[in-house]
Design a protein around this ligand. Structure first.
Ligand code: PAN
Ligand code: ZN
Length: 192
């Protein structure tokens, strides 16, 4: 008889977005992603401080073949020059593997892009639920002045491909503009 997978319970602190007993925490400081930002003079000025950009608290991993990961990401408020703090962004290795995000706190943008260069940007605010179909690479950006916190669920076998975004970038970037967050074409974007 196959072993029964036990239900798992975890709690997220809705204000802080912190799972108190995460299975794993992935942390990214500026030095881990310095070349992702456009203004390299601003990067150099911030590197000594090397601020935390974001943390992902993996609250459930697919123990026993349950099939899903779940985790909460907290992106700090801040900018590198005029470009908002953001995640690296990735594609799923398994092209058809989708993902769902639920925003818990803060204001931001979910920037999505296919490998062919199609772009879709959705506003993130508490309560917004985002379905990311498999072929869309995804990055989140904190455009507010408090932490951006969102909960994500994705298939155990999705896999993360960071190389495509690292090499080609996203076609559109989020900068602070005179009238609020502004979408800016990435001058360094290398399409297919
Ligand atoms: C999320 C992301 C998380 C961090 O859990 O992994 O927000 O972003 P990066 O992985 O791009 O650094 C997710 O999309 N999982 O598939
Ligand atoms: Zn993902």
């Amino acid at each position: 008889m196959s072993e029964v997978v036990l239900p798992a319970l975890n709690m997220v602190d809705l204000a802080g977005g912190v799972a108190p007993a995460p299975v794993r925490i992935v942390e990214r400081r500026l030095a881990d992603m310095a070349h992702y930002y456009q203004d390299q003079d601003a990067v150099a000025a911030l590197l000594e401080e090397n601020p935390f950009i974001y943390r992902t608290y993996i609250s459930h991993d697919p123990v026993g073949g349950c099939g899903l990961f779940a985790g909460t990401t907290v992106i700090e408020p801040g900018r590198v020059g005029d470009e908002f703090f953001m995640t690296k962004g990735h594609h799923h290795v398994k092209e058809e593997a989708p993902e769902v995000y639920l925003t818990l706190r803060g204001q931001g943008r979910l920037v999505m892009q296919t490998r062919a260069g199609d772009v879709e940007i959705q506003a993130m605010a508490p309560g917004s639920i985002h379905h990311i179909p498999g072929v869309w690479g995804h990055r989140t950006v904190n455009t507010g002045d408090e932490p951006l916190v969102f909960f994500a669920v994705w298939p155990a076998d999705a896999g993360h491909d960071y190389a495509a975004v690292e090499q080609k970038g996203f076609r559109q970037l989020m900068f602070a503009g005179a009238d609020g967050p502004a979408v800016v074409a990435n001058p360094a974007y290398e399409g297919m």
